[in-house]
Design a protein around this ligand. Sequence first.
Ligand code: HEM
Ligand code: HEM
Length: 240
Amino acid sequence: MVIMKRFTIQQLQDHERNGGRPVLIAVGGKVYDVSSSQRWTAGVHMKRHHAWADLTNDIKAAPHGMDVLDRFPLIGTVEELPQKQFTGFRSRVELWLEGHPFFRRHPHPAIVHFPLGLLLTAPLLAALAYFFNSAATEWASFCCLVLGVATVPMAIATGYVTWWLNYEFAPSALILRKRFLGWIALFLGVALILIRASLMWDPFSHTLGQRLGYFFGLALLSLITAYIGYLGGKLTFPYD
Ligand code: HEM
Ligand code: HEM
């Protein structure tokens, strides 16, 4: 029979001070020993969650469920800290999310694949179009640009929502850079659509220099979008 120990938060923290072993985490009043986990080396998980603390609130925003805890020995209990209380509109949103946990984290990554896929394809098709002198391929590139830019506002909107729900608008450098570049991508995308739809309606009647200028605009937009996605990946999976 496993003997369950009753801890105080103070006693959990003593383990950190005394050499950091074992690595203990508390969730919902239960204490787990995660010393054997590669993902909790030195008591830090995903570069932001620290062991020897009550992580009941934090795990609600994790991309995984509580089931990951079943992999580790439950060694004791701890008095639960009072949980963060929200008021007003936010409390109603939290209540709704309890019943619809999918919407806490998934809408942003689900949406961002549209601008990523479409805006990365647009310059590839444009390069092929100019190489093979194909107006149809160039038209396909323009369609990718229009559809891709049309999905950027959704990516920005869900980005703000996930920042609000999961980070409480904390001004992390990665998120601030994403926010700035998200708007830059939108303005650059709209500018390219306007240029292509008005000044360059028939691109093959334009000089090589003008077509190259438009092509580099597309390439820049796809690089910015890819970099925003890379920053997002660093936020969600912050491995070394
Ligand atoms: C919110 C940010 C978090 C992110 C992005 C995150 C991400 C991850 C990922 C990618 C894994 C590997 C998935 C797998 O092995 O199935 C993992 C595993 C795990 N996470 Fe998290 N996590 C977060 C928060 C937390 C919190 C707050 C806790 C603790 C209460 C926690 C406890 C665990 C445990 C126990 C494992 C299993 C480790 C293992 O099998 O070695 N996570 N997490
Ligand atoms: C074109 C625009 C954008 C693209 C392509 C993009 C892309 C991504 C990607 C690929 C991820 C990783 C998602 C995952 O795998 O779970 C992510 C996460 C994230 N993005 Fe964006 N993003 C965009 C705009 C924004 C904006 C404008 C904001 C904030 C104002 C934002 C805030 C965030 C936050 C907070 C996360 C972390 C979400 C989490 O921890 O679950 N993003 N983004």
